[in-house]
Design a protein around this ligand. Structure first.
Ligand SMILES: [Mg+2]
Length: 210
């Protein structure tokens, strides 16, 4: 029996690909203006990574110039997404589960909050936490620990649900919390997880069993 679900947002509740064109258009334009076309393959790879990972990490990994880093950060710090968004159809199954739920997502505060609003999911959660490296050095692991401590949950009470083995899944493993990897495209076959599925119906079973 699980008493609390901790969810990631991007690619866990909705597909980033559904908003990437509109959301990243301006940023990709900026990148095109600053990176050399000779690096075309790296540029495309960096853009693809940006749809999934924090800008700061990708910028460092792909050696963005200080100027590009700064301009990109400025843009992202202030951007919001203000068009209708749709959760995955499978999200309805999570929504129907009545245990306590928390949303913990990494990204720019304004942007992440605008997505929560456009998805209409605010009321689904007892708490919503944005891990924003621009504002705080707190990590997802810190927030998970805080949620557990503040509410008296044990590690056994909780299930962390996300799409990224290097982010929320890793943090949960380090805290001894069971993990549910949402992997609809079988991208992470080698990741160490407690549960792996393309279907949130399985969460209903996990929450109620044993
Ligand atoms: Mg994610």
């Amino acid at each position: 029996m699980k008493h609390v679900l901790i969810l990631d947002l991007d690619n866990t509740i909705y597909p980033v690909s559904s908003i990437a064109g509109k959301l990243f258009g301006e940023l990709f334009k900026l990148i095109d203006e600053h990176l050399l076309p000779a690096d075309n393959e790296a540029v495309e790879k960096a853009k693809d990574e940006l749809t999934r990972r924090p800008y700061q990490h990708v910028a460092d990994e792909f050696g963005f110039s200080e100027e590009l880093k700064e301009k990109g950060m400025q843009l992202l710090n202030n951007i919001t997404f203000d068009e209708p968004m749709q959760p995955y159809a499978a999200y309805d199954d999570l929504r129907a589960i009545t245990v306590d739920k928390y949303l913990v997502t990494t990204g720019f505060t304004k942007l992440q909050m605008s997505k929560v609003k456009m998805l209409g999911i605010e009321a689904d959660f007892k708490g919503i936490y944005i891990v924003d490296p621009e504002r705080s050095s707190q990590t997802k692991k810190d927030i998970f620990q805080q949620i557990m401590t503040d509410n008296g949950y044990t590690a056994e009470d909780a299930l962390v649900i996300g799409d990224d083995p290097k982010s929320e899944i890793k943090a949960a493993v380090e805290l001894g919390i069971d993990t549910f990897l949402f992997d609809p495209h079988d991208k992470h076959g080698d990741a160490t997880v407690t549960y792996r599925s393309a279907d949130y119906q399985d969460v209903i079973r996990i929450v109620t069993e044993g």
